[in-house]
Design a protein around this ligand. Structure first.
Ligand code: NDP
Length: 234
C-alpha cells in the first residue's frame, strides 16, 4: 500500500537515499530542501526547519498535495565542529536549533494528524556520537543525544495511539558532511570501525524503511545503530 512519507533534508546525502528507498517501494514521498534545484521524482517543498513559519507552510502544502503524512523521517542536520574552548555561542546554538529544536518543531506538527488518524511512524536520524561522544563535537553530540531522550519520551506519549517513534544512529556515512574530513581523519575513523569502512547512505535508508514497515509494528523508543560496530556497548 502506498503511504505518504516526508523526509526532511531529502534533497541530498542520507536523506536522499531514504527518500529514494521509500519511492522505490511505491510510497509517495515529499522532501524538504533549502536552496538550489531539488532532485526530481519527489514532491519537493522549500523549508528551513529553523523557521517555524516555513515548517507550518511546508507541512500544509505537503498535506494538500500528498495527503496526511503517515511516515515522518526527521533527517535534516548540520555540524559545526570546534573544541569547546573555541566554540562560539552561535556554533552551539545553531547546531542545537537545527538538529534538536528543528526536529521537535516538525515532529510536533506531524504528531497532531497522526494522533487523529491513530497511526503513524516517526524516525529520527541521530548519530553514533550522540551515544559515544566525540571530541570537537560537543554541540553536535549534545543535539543528537537530545534526540534519543526526545524520541523515548514521545514514544511513551504516543504509544497508545499506535504511533511508533524510533531513532537510527548512523556511524560514519559517505556524504558531503563527512567529505570535509581530511584523509588522515578518515583513516583514523575507519581504523576504529569493526567493519573497517564507511557506510553507504543506502545502508542507513534500509533501517529507516524497516522501522516504518509493518514488520516493525512492535518496535518503539528503540535506537538502532547503523555504525559498522563503532558504537558497540553504548
Ligand atoms: P548532508 O550535509 O549531506 O545533508 C544535510 C541535509 O540536511 C541537507 O539536505 C540539508 O539541506 C539539510 N538541512 C540542514 N540544515 C537544515 C535546515 N535548517 N532546514 C532544513 N534542512 C536542513 O548530511 P548527511 O546526509 O550526511 O546527514 C543527514 C543526517 O544524518 C544528519 O542529521 C546528520 O547529522 C546525520 N548523520 C550523518 C552521518 C554521516 O556520517 N554523514 C553520521 C551520523 C548521522 P540543504 O541541502 O538545503 O543544506
Amino acid at each position: 500500500m502506498s503511504r505518504s512519507v516526508l523526509v526532511t533534508g531529502g534533497n541530498r546525502g542520507i536523506g536522499l537515499a531514504i527518500a529514494r528507498s521509500f519511492a522505490d517501494a511505491g510510497d509517495k514521498v515529499a522532501i524538504t530542501y533549502r536552496s538550489g534545484e531539488p532532485p526530481a521524482g519527489f514532491l519537493a517543498v522549500k523549508c528551513d526547519i529553523t523557521d517555524p513559519e516555513q515548517v507550518e507552510q511546508a507541512y500544509k502544502e505537503i498535506e494538500e498535495k500528498q495527503g496526511a503524512v503517515e511516515v515522518l523521517v526527521a533527517n535534516a542536520g548540520i555540524t559545526r565542529d570546534q573544541l569547546l574552548l573555541r566554540m562560539s555561542e552561535d556554533d552551539f546554538a545553531s547546531v542545537v536549533e537545527t538538529n534538536l529544536t528543528g526536529t521537535f518543531r516538525i515532529v510536533k506538527r506531524a504528531s497532531k494528524p497522526m494522533l487523529r488518524a491513530r497511526k503513524g511512524r516517526v524516525v529520527l536520524i541521530s548519530s553514533v556520537v550522540g551515544l559515544t561522544g566525540s571530541a570537537g563535537q560537543t554541540n553536535y553530540a549534545a543535539s543528537k543525544a537530545g534526540l534519543v531522550g526526545f524520541a523515548r519520551s514521545l514514544a511513551r506519549e504516543l504509544g497508545s495511539r499506535n504511533i511508533t517513534v524510533n531513532v537510527v544512529a548512523p556511524g560514519f556515512v559517505d556524504t558531503e558532511m563527512t567529505r570535509v574530513l581530511s584523509d588522515e581523519q578518515r583513516e583514523g575513523i575507519v581504523g576504529r570501525v569493526p567493519l573497517g569502512r564507511y557506510a553507504q547512505p543506502d545502508e542507513v535508508a534500509a533501517s529507516v524503511r524497516f522501522l516504518a514497515s509493518d514488520e516493525a509494528a512492535y518496535i518503539t523508543g528503540a535506537v538502532i545503530p547503523v555504525d559498522g560496530g563503532l558504537g558497540m556497548g553504548h
